[in-house]
Write a protein that binds this ligand. Sequence first.
Ligand code: GLN
Length: 315
Amino acid sequence: LAVPDFEGLSADLDRMHREILPTRSGEVAGYIPQLARVDPEQFAISVCTVDGQRHSIGDSAVPFCVQSVSKTISYCLALEEHGVEPTHQHVGREPSGQSFNELTLNRTGRPHNPMINAGAIMSCALIRPEESLADRFDHVAQTWQRLSGGRRPGFNNAVYLSERATADRNFALGYSMRESKAFPESTDLKETLEFYFQCCSIELDAQMLGIVAGTLANGGVCPLTGDRVFSEQTVQHCLSLMTSCGMYDFSGEFAFTIGLPAKSGVSGALMVVVPQLMGICVWSPRLDELGNTVRGIELCRKLVETYQVHPHAAV
Ligand code: GLN
């Protein structure tokens, strides 16, 4: 067994959930009107080991939008389709040192990395550009379904419409990348942005996102179905960029204190991967100033207090 004392781990997570529940600091994301309306008290934790042991706590069956967590999967899809170097002709792989929607590109006019908005818009531009938007979205949704053990993800149309209606910043990033000729030729900018908003509005619950994290921990093979969704190399690259860039402008601090590949989203979602061991999803909507879920970060802190999960810890 990957985690021999899974009952002990489950009991520890139950305790951490209880201890963190009273934390009410932070604010729900306000800049996407529909996201501002979710119940901020909700809190879920779900884990899935590489051999399929699972434990879920709290609001783990309540769906939420993946938001920026989608950036991981869109990047993996771009890599699988084009390979590493062709993908990275369009997007960098350095942390930006700035917030997720900062109006900035790197020295070559490319997005800094795929884990911030500009880079994720670019990943979307690279996913089956020759197909219809319907087929492209189906491809992404089916990939999420395979990653999460076969359950079909939802789609929050209200969030999608709301985000599309208030998207000046993302349009500005898109135009700026078009100006610097960062996109592949014949990219339709408006369609690409719509596709990006749709990917952000895909809905999973914590149980499903925990399984997705477990699939990444397991090198791209879903622990529940044995389905190989991504190659080991694709997952390795994605985890590398999650480690260096996955937590917005908190990525360096997170790498220092926690050390694990992780990706957060403005919905309060957080996906954490313990490679070769397990995936963890934490979801709670209140965010700190940098846009990360307050309770999610808290859980990660407790996790490294209790277990030697930091990859550079001298065991
Ligand atoms: N859909 C959000 C946006 O583009 C995603 C950002 C996020 O989760 N940080 O603004």
